[in-house]
Design a protein around this ligand. Structure first.
Ligand code: FE2
Length: 310
């Protein structure tokens, strides 16, 4: 009898209607009335997939998830893939990368606005983060900007011009060269090994330069599911535009970067432990605020493989 009741209550939990609440007018949604530790019904899976396509980034507040449940949630949106083999993974779950800063590592420097891995021809489709530990005293927010809303800010004549342009993307594009060293040394690494880790990191950069030469990408792309045009160049990975002078290239890119940094097209998310954020890497750019000094911040990340349509 109790088994039947439990089953029924699980069923009703899984099938309860979700609430999709807009987070900011132009980007983001919070999904409410859902416990992600329960499997989502087919209908609810469809609702959250559509919410991601419609809003670019979706949030689920304060979820208690095991690593299995985190991966199961990610599978609702695509196929998990390990994108950064140098980050530690959760024991027994190679597809869950651990992004961590502890008291031993400073979070200094600044991030760049970027599309994850846009220096490869097939960047990830989406990413599913689950916050484990948030800096005491605040900080460590993540900010997303809508690349489709950025496109909509363009004057139509200018948009047509940008549509004709091709950019070059490379993982070495960042104007803030020091950020690269920060990136490579800032992860949670055992005490006493940071110098070697930095040296190893720089060796990895040399290897990756040979393996991943710069690629050509369109400045403007079209989202495969919602059909909206979007600005694809980004400060983190775009080095220059082809077919124009170096000066014009930098001016034109800076013009787009200014739009990308416009607060009206952004969503800034203040994490709480347990929060889940999922972004569509094809239609948003993101920026991680590094304002928490040596406080602890730990997030689990599952990245979803490119699905061949973007
Ligand atoms: Fe990123």
């Amino acid at each position: 009898m109790s088994t039947v009741l439990e089953h029924q209550s699980q069923q009703s939990a899984a099938h309860q209607p979700l609430r999709v609440r807009r987070y900011k007018p132009l980007i983001g949604a919070v999904i409410e009335n859902v416990d992600l530790s329960q499997p989502l019904s087919e209908d609810n899976q469809q609702v959250v997939r559509q919410a991601l396509v419609d809003h670019g980034v979706i949030f689920f507040r304060e979820q208690t998830l095991t690593p299995e449940q985190h991966v199961a949630l990610a599978r609702v949106f695509g196929t998990p893939v390990r994108k950064n083999v140098y980050l530690p993974a959760v024991t027994g779950f190679p597809e869950i990368e651990v992004i961590a800063h502890s008291e031993k590592t400073q979070s200094g420097g600044t991030d760049n606005w970027h599309v994850d891995v846009s220096w490869q021809h097939q960047p990830p489709k989406a990413t599913v983060l689950h916050a484990q530990e948030i800096p005491e005293g605040g900080g460590g927010d993540t900010i997303w900007t809508s690349s489709t809303a950025v496109y909509d800010l363009l004057d139509p004549d200018l948009a047509r011009y940008f549509e004709k342009l091709t950019a070059v993307n490379t993982f070495l594009a960042s104007p803030k060269k020091q950020a690269l060293a920060d990136l490579l040394s800032g992860y949670d690494i055992p005490e006493g090994t940071s110098e070697q880790s930095v040296a190893a990191g720089l060796a990895r950069v040399r290897d990756a330069s040979a393996k991943y030469p710069p690629i050509e990408v369109p400045v403007i792309k079209t989202h495969p599911e919602n059909g909206r045009k979007l600005v694809f160049v980004n400060e983190g990975h775009t080095s220059h535009l082809l077919g124009v002078s170096k000066t014009a290239s930098q001016s034109l890119l800076n013009y787009l970067y200014d739009l990308i940094k416009t607060p009206e097209v952004q969503a800034r998310f203040e994490w709480r432990a347990g929060d889940v954020a999922i972004w569509d890497n094809r239609q948003v750019q993101h920026y991680a605020a590094r304002d928490y000094g040596s406080a602890r911040r730990r997030i689990h990340r599952v990245t979803l493989e490119h699905d061949g349509v973007f």
